[in-house]
Design a protein around this ligand. Sequence first.
Ligand code: SAM
Length: 240
Amino acid sequence: MNAEKLSMRLTAVAKYVPKEARLADIGSDHAYLPSYLVKNAGIPFAVAGEVVRGPYQSAKSNVMAEGLSDRISVRMGDGLEVIESGEIDCITIAGMGGALIASILENGKEKLETVKRLVLQPNISAISIRLWFLENEWELITEEILEEDGKTYEILVAEKGDAKRPYQKNKMEMELLMGPFLIRHQNEIFKKKWLSESSNWERVKKQLENAAATPETVEKRKEIEDKLKLVEEALKIEKS
Ligand code: SAM
């Protein structure tokens, strides 16, 4: 992978960044995503943010080598602290856990006032992001699931709006866990992911059944049983 040829995962993230957007890619590492977008997709300006020195230096040297230093500002700092209020209108955060992505958004809330779109790609726990959207008036507008090198990735795209709109009242818990759009447009990758999650949960449930019953194990078992039910129900829903 390089700034010319992105991974399938980052190509999918890139397609949701609007043309002409002023972009911040947080946790940019090598800065391939902003470099690709500036070179190929009409992005006039981007910030590549990194909190760790090694990746920050790698981003800096890649951007310089591509001759993009006048259009991509590589900045070192934690989360959204690298951007100024009003400077950016689209943010991408890819390749981290959903809880970390949600905490980056939460800690930098005041920087989001003029941001129009968030394109987020959690490696795990997309539910943390869906919950954050719901609590912060960001409307999930689409989702995608893909598989690359045996791993499954989800992409969540949100804009300011009616955070409840994508959800059905009686299916909220299921849709927060698995994704309202992904459930309605189920593909083979989605089914495979949740069948695999379910078999992991079944294994843990068996272990808990053999363990001494404490309030914690009982609660954990109930939690797993509830999630297993949600997945079973979701996989029965016909494609729309
Ligand atoms: N976004 C790239 C991608 O999807 O290929 C790189 C993903 S890499 C696995 C995650 C990067 O996020 C690391 O380089 C890490 O240093 C950076 N990171 C983690 N927490 C961060 C934070 N709070 N602020 C900025 N960068 C962060």
